[in-house]
Design a protein around this ligand. Structure first.
Ligand code: NAP
Length: 252
């Protein structure tokens, strides 16, 4: 099986949480497989730079670029800069995401809009900008980070679940649109992964979650990084429009 990404190039969005976020782990996994990586962050550019340094330490080229994925202008500028730095763009990982959890009747429009704008519109904007380049290259891998909450729903996460379910429909449609041009488009749906996002959970919720996970542990950012690396590799060249769930069996 060929997981080698030597001389491939990648953009990973929302990787500004250093080693504690899923984006950082994805960037490092791609670099370990041989890729050069642009790591984007909206506010935590110092953390993105730390991930870029870790990529450099692996002997690959790592760059930190600022980008608000919810802004078309910011995305176009980030993709232009990435192409300048990397030369070509073989892999796009749409990872940037936010939560603003509350029950439906308490959910205001701002909480709905920021989550949909970041998670769903951000995925659209980045994919559209990078697809232009991949179409010319007649090759590319797009991997969208959705969530098991987009498959099964979760009380208190109507906005988040809707955004993540939207990403799945988007993935399947774009896979159909771009398939004949050598571009695969897939999604990875993590379950509960140990990050700042899940650090906010109370201990009782963590215990409840663990009871539902057949593998009896939370996932790690590296578990997600491994799935993304597989989908980015030649080993996955006949896989498109799919959702790969990385949840320890929680949703079986
Ligand atoms: P995280 O630690 O909160 O990191 C999210 C990243 O997204 C941060 O680097 C943040 O950058 C960035 N971001 C937020 N808004 C942005 C914007 N408008 N433009 C650009 N970047 C933006 O989250 P995580 O747990 O690593 O999650 C990464 C992805 O996995 C998300 O899509 C999340 O929904 C998904 N996921 C996570 C879990 C989990 O259990 N943790 C489970 C399923 C799916 P700044 O810090 O610079 O704002």
């Amino acid at each position: 099986m060929n997981l080698d990404l030597t001389d491939k190039t990648a953009i990973v969005t929302g990787a500004g949480r250093g080693g504690r976020g899923i984006g950082g782990a994805i960037a490092l996994a791609l670099a370990q497989a041989g890729a050069d990586v642009v790591i984007t962050a909206r506010t935590n550019i110092a953390d993105a730079e730390a991930v870029a340094d870790a990529v450099n330490a692996l002997g690959r080229k790592g760059y930190a670029v600022t980008c608000d994925v919810a802004s078309a202008e910011s995305v176009e500028e980030m993709v232009r800069k990435s192409q300048e730095l990397l030369g070509r763009i073989d892999i796009l990982v749409n990872n940037a995401g936010v939560t603003k959890d509350t029950l439906l009747l308490r959910m205001d429009e701002a909480a709905w809009d920021v989550v949909l704008d970041t998670n769903l519109k951000g995925t659209f904007l980045c994919t559209r900008a990078v697809a232009k380049i991949m179409l010319k290259q007649k090759a590319g891998r797009i991997i969208n980070i959705t969530s098991v909450m987009g498959l099964v729903g979760n009380p208190g996460q109507a906005n988040y679940s809707a955004s993540k379910a939207g990403i799945i429909g988007f993935t399947r449609t774009v896979a159909r649109e771009l398939g004949s041009r050598g571009i695969t488009v897939n999604a990875v749906a993590p379950g509960f992964i140990e990050t700042q996002m899940t650090d906010a959970l109370p201990e009782s919720s963590r215990d409840d979650i663990l009871k539902k996970v057949p593998l009896a542990r939370l996932g790690t950012p590296e578990d997600v990084g491994a799935a993304v690396t597989f989908l980015a590799s030649n080993a996955a060249s006949y896989i498109t429009g799919q959702v790969l769930t990385v949840d320890g069996g929680m949703t079986v």
